[in-house]
Design a protein around this ligand. Structure first.
Ligand SMILES: [Mg+2]
Length: 324
């Protein structure tokens, strides 16, 4: 089995090239040779998404895994949460364990490829599949000749394997999600568990450019050396499980967008907005011209304007150093 880190690194390299080409700046963005004059290089924008409730309406396990083992979603989550509470266990590890415990009890074998295949049945919110090209086009036409690179990231407590099977998987520069070992005696064993607070580690990995999970994230890195400043990042989430990530974004100069189901209640988003967790909120309709699209574009306008200002400040600083 190919290690996920290798796969992620390979995908990251490919995606990086793809996005630069998509923005029409491949030549200038990728050719910073040693003989060229130093260039302002903090031109990457990162849009970071939660998955369940943000890009798809329901927890991803409900589309195929639970039906396949004949378990009703509500009773599964009720039981999982009860066990976690009673045993004082981590809720994410508990659900990952309980999924396979139930499958085993029903005599249903679900291997890695089965999980990937389940991803094809995951429903996405309206416009999600077109969103990536539409936002890429908006950034390209508003970047005013800056060599801007746009990246999309996913940070999810859900399962990497299911996400891999969705149609939008190739759109992401990198995907950080929970994952199983599939060779642990009788049942798959949690290999990586991404909790609500654990999600923030991955925001710092994106911020510092330390995306290889084999590398430690804890070394000090001065703010001005970090390749994607928080100010260039927007986090998209839908609820309480996103609060730690939204708080990290907002406290570090980044941006957060909260979404609610298009035909559902906006009460949670209103709470997040009132508590200052998000800049804006909107229904999770990702089509061009929706409130979500337009409000995201306003944040992108701000990021692009700030990028131009930061580049000018960087140029002034260089002139000051040279005594000009
Ligand atoms: Mg969510």
């Amino acid at each position: 089995m190919v290690d996920r880190t290798e796969r992620a690194a390979g995908r990251a390299r490919n995606a990086s090239a793809d996005k630069a080409v998509a923005l029409g700046h491949a030549a200038t963005a990728q050719k910073a040779g040693p003989k060229q004059a130093p260039k302002f290089d903090r031109r990457t924008i990162a849009l970071v998404y939660d998955f369940d409730g943000t890009l798809c309406p329901r927890p991803m396990q409900e589309y195929a895994f639970l039906p396949k083992i004949g378990i009703e979603a509500e009773s599964f989550w009720r039981e999982s949460n009860r066990i976690a509470r009673e045993e004082k266990a981590d809720p994410l590890i508990t659900y990952m364990h309980l999924l396979y415990k139930k499958a085993k009890a029903k005599g249903v074998v679900i291997n890695r490829q089965d999980l990937v295949d389940q991803g094809k049945q995951v429903e996405l919110f309206p416009g999600v599949e077109q969103w990536f090209d539409a936002i890429g086009s908006y950034v390209r036409t508003h970047a005013q000749a800056q060599d801007v690179v746009l990246r999309h990231y996913l940070i999810s407590s859900g399962l990497t394997e299911i996400i891999e099977g969705t149609s939008i998987y190739p759109r992401f520069h990198n995907v950080f999600a929970s994952e199983y070992w599939f060779e642990a005696y009788e049942m798959p064993y949690p290999k990586r568990v991404i909790t609500d607070t654990g999600k923030t580690q991955y925001l710092f990995r994106i911020n510092k450019g330390v995306e290889d999970l084999g590398d430690s994230i804890n070394q000090h890195m001065p703010e001005d050396s970090r390749p994607i400043p928080f100010a260039n990042m927007i986090y998209f989430g839908d609820g309480d499980t996103d609060v730690p990530s939204m708080a990290v974004m907002r406290k570090n100069g980044g941006h957060a967008v909260a979404v609610y189901p298009p035909r559902g209640s906006k009460a949670k988003c209103v709470d997040l907005f009132k508590a200052g967790r998000c800049d804006v909120f909107a229904a999770a309709d990702y089509n061009i011209g929706t409130e979500l699209f337009n409000r995201t574009c306003l944040l992108l306008d701000r990021i692009l304007a700030d990028m131009r200002l930061q580049e000018e400040i960087w140029r002034m600083g260089r002139d000051v150093e040279k005594g000009k």
